[in-house]
Design a binder for this molecule. Structure first.
Ligand code: URA
Length: 204
């Protein structure tokens, strides 16, 4: 089955079963991922919930503009979130909410099988590298065994954190600038998504 068809099927299934999901009161509360590098944020905010698109508010505009500046079209970058319904007052997602949305996020990953996963902020970072601090690893490409397969993960600060402080903004922009070169490198790698034993290392 074509990837687009598989993704649409996954989204339809999630909407049909919205009553079993935390936070969702109707199927339209769900904000699905869109776009191809796999970027994972935290959860939809107000504007995302209204437009039913991820990263369209202030931090989303920063992300999408910055991607354009480095020559990556937002359409070719799959942008999604750890949870797909806006939490009240934009609070942090709970462990239970993350767990409830985990199967569909995993399916998105399995369907797309991205060359590169970019985590935005600490919640998506913890999905792949649970024992590290973002300040120690941001901007460094990691080789990770995720659910038995080898994936490449680039941890980055969340754009909302970049908007809150000059130092984080500088790191966010610096890290993003590395993306085209890292993608080029990742295209040469044959082992991505292959079955792997234990591996977790920073490459560069
Ligand atoms: N912040 C996120 O983490 N995700 C969005 O979609 C918007 C803001």
């Amino acid at each position: 089955m074509d990837k687009g068809v598989q993704l649409k099927k996954l989204q339809d299934e999630l909407e049909t079963s919205y009553e079993s999901l935390p936070l969702a009161t109707k199927r339209e509360d769900l904000v699905h991922g869109e776009g191809e590098i796999f970027m994972i944020g935290e959860g939809p905010g107000y504007y995302e919930a209204v437009q039913r698109r991820p990263f369209v508010g202030r931090s989303g505009q920063l992300l999408r503009r910055s991607l354009q500046e480095i020559g990556l079209s937002p359409e070719t970058t799959w942008i999604t979130n750890i949870i797909k319904v806006r939490p009240p007052e934009n609070r942090d997602p709970t462990v239970e909410e993350i767990e409830a949305f985990r199967p569909s996020l995993n399916q998105e990953l399995e369907i797309i099988k991205p060359l590169l996963i970019v985590t935005l902020g600490r919640f998506s970072l913890a999905k792949f590298l649970p024992d590290v601090r973002i300040s120690q690893v941001h901007g460094r490409l990691h080789k990770v065994n995720w659910e038995g397969r080898l994936v490449f993960v680039l941890p980055m600060y969340h754009p909302a954190a970049a908007l809150r402080g000059t130092r984080v903004m500088e790191s966010f922009k610096e890290d993003l600038k590395k993306l085209p070169k890292i993608l080029e490198w990742a295209r040469e790698q044959k082992e991505v998504w292959q079955l792997k034993g234990d591996v977790q290392e920073a490459l560069f």
